[in-house]
Design a protein around this ligand. Structure first.
Ligand code: SF4
Length: 494
């Protein structure tokens, strides 16, 4: 009798997972915290972990002293962001849900090993031993790696694409991510990074932004960001949004808030929901699409409260809630991680997977960054599992260009890890710049991912080289940005 062939499994096996809120009373510091307290946004904000002392008080005997020493050294010697973790996010690290068979590791060495390996811990509480000893920063890593300030049309208003602008309304968030691309401006200063301060008063900056948007009819889309808009008093945010909606050229507004995941209690607060309803209603009547963009990096961050917050926003009239995650090694750098996250978002929380950004070239970030080739392989592996509208694009935010899908690369020197990209538009601040659409722009892989010959080339021709290919291209790109900045200043000047 012919034998049935063994069933061959798909590379990724889809399964539905019911969302569960991990039990916060497992932490000795929160053993007596009630569900009402947990659901209260003020309680959440007041109990964020901001320093090692507070982390110790929360964790009791779970972690070893060696872990705290590792964290302390990172804060002193490498961290580009200060520590700020909401209870909601702390609670998703090493829980009964993330551990095989629901059995928690024992306090001490076992728990510490699990904590080290936790994907949320890896980017919210980075430690020195996470970082690389060699090539820990790329030679061309910079504080404002996307050169957003170079493209400010007014203070905090980045005009990089022809039809859309990014309005950075405030420099704070309810939580600080170790890999933050706006580490130049966002958050408190750390021993390694003195943060820039916005010079203008908030109302003056907002009026200048609104003036620019009104006077630039080719702009139809405003990303309202920060920081995180969840840290802005709602009445101030609503007043700004009302004015944006009233600008005739505006057709889309996107609110950027990681807090939808990190502090869903904010977006579930009745006052906030009522405010979103008013703004969404006005937007709808004015023909403006209002959406929320959030930032979730791992499936274990998607809990019932996060799903409730997203659904509350949709019920309040927000057109879509979309996710823009950041692709990071050890956090979500496998097909399984990415698809598990996308399905959790889509199936259980009504959040549309949208983008995964490659981690940007900020200092000390090389351990998180993937090469372009790795990102391309991941993009290939995601295709076909999700509906087309919810298949996220993995994008490289190429300095001076903007988001490019990873397969859009023009040419790619894999040995040296240098990719070359082109731009198909010029922004209004580059209207005099006739070369912009024919120029090449560069992006760099982490050097430790290169073959030995490529690594040697960087030793020979790195940042200190005089005329190496990478440096001359890099210098050309910097000059390009300076030109854009000057054009911007000239345009703003009365
Ligand atoms: S929420 Fe966004 S802006 Fe705030 S620290 Fe995280 S990545 Fe940066």
């Amino acid at each position: 009798m012919p034998r049935m062939a063994d069933k061959i499994e798909q590379p990724y096996l889809y399964r539905q997972h019911e969302l569960v809120e991990p039990d916060w009373t497992r932490f000795s510091g929160w053993a007596g915290v009630t569900s009402e307290q947990w659901a209260d946004v003020q309680w959440q904000r007041a109990h964020c972990v901001k320093n090692i002392k507070q982390l110790k008080e929360l964790m009791g005997d779970l972690l070893t002293d060696a872990f705290y020493a590792d964290l302390e050294r990172d804060q002193a010697e490498r961290a580009t962001m200060s520590m700020l973790v909401t209870p909601q996010m702390m609670n998703t690290m090493v829980s009964e849900l993330t551990w095989p068979d629901g059995v928690m590791p024992k306090a001490g060495a076992d728990y510490t090993a699990a904590f080290y390996a936790d994907p949320v811990r890896r980017y919210m509480l980075p430690v020195l031993s996470d970082r690389r000893e060699q090539w820990s920063s790329h030679p061309y890593a910079t504080r404002d790696s996307l050169h957003e300030h170079d493209m400010w049309a007014t203070e905090g208003l980045t005009h990089r694409y022809p039809t859309k602008v990014l309005a950075e309304l405030l420099p704070t968030c309810p939580q600080y991510c170790g890999h933050c691309t706006r580490m130049d401006l966002v958050g408190n200063s750390t021993p390694q990074v003195i943060k820039l301060k916005l010079a203008g008063k908030p109302m003056d900056r907002q009026e200048a932004m609104l003036g620019y948007i009104r006077n630039t009819p080719t702009v139809r889309d405003v990303v309202v960001s920060g920081g995180d808009v969840a840290n802005m008093p709602w009445k101030n945010l609503e007043a700004f949004l009302d004015k944006v909606i009233e600008i005739p050229n505006i057709r889309d507004i996107r609110l950027a808030t990681k807090a939808l995941m990190g502090l869903p209690q904010h977006w579930l607060a009745p006052d906030t929901v009522a405010g979103v309803e008013r703004v969404a209603s006005k937007a709808r009547q004015s023909g403006v699409g209002l959406a929320i963009h959030t930032h979730v990096n791992h499936a274990q961050s998607v809990t019932p409260l996060v799903a409730d917050a997203a659904k509350a926003m949709l019920a309040a009239g927000v057109r879509d809630v979309r996710n823009q995650g950041v692709l990071m090694r050890g956090v979500n750098s496998s097909t399984q991680d990415l698809l598990d996250l996308c399905f959790a978002l889509m199936d259980e929380a009504s959040i549309t997977p949208y983008y995964f950004y490659m981690c940007d070239m900020i200092p000390s970030a090389e351990h998180w960054r993937l090469s372009l080739a790795e990102a391309q392989a991941l993009q290939h592996s995601l295709m076909g599992y999700l509906p087309g509208f919810a298949t996220p694009r993995i994008v490289c935010d190429v300095p001076f260009v903007g988001k490019r899908w990873v397969h859009q690369v023009d040419t790619y020197d894999r040995e040296r890890g240098i990719s070359y990209w082109r731009k198909n538009y010029r922004t209004s601040i580059e209207s005099e710049d006739v070369d912009v659409t024919s120029a090449e722009y560069v992006y760099y892989d982490p050097i430790y991912t290169l073959p030995d010959s490529g690594q040697q080339w960087w030793r020979d021709h790195g940042a200190s080289a005089d005329g190496g290919t990478a440096e001359s291209l890099h210098e050309a790109a910097v000059a390009q940005a300076a030109k854009s900045r000057q054009a911007s200043l000239d345009q703003i000047a009365p």
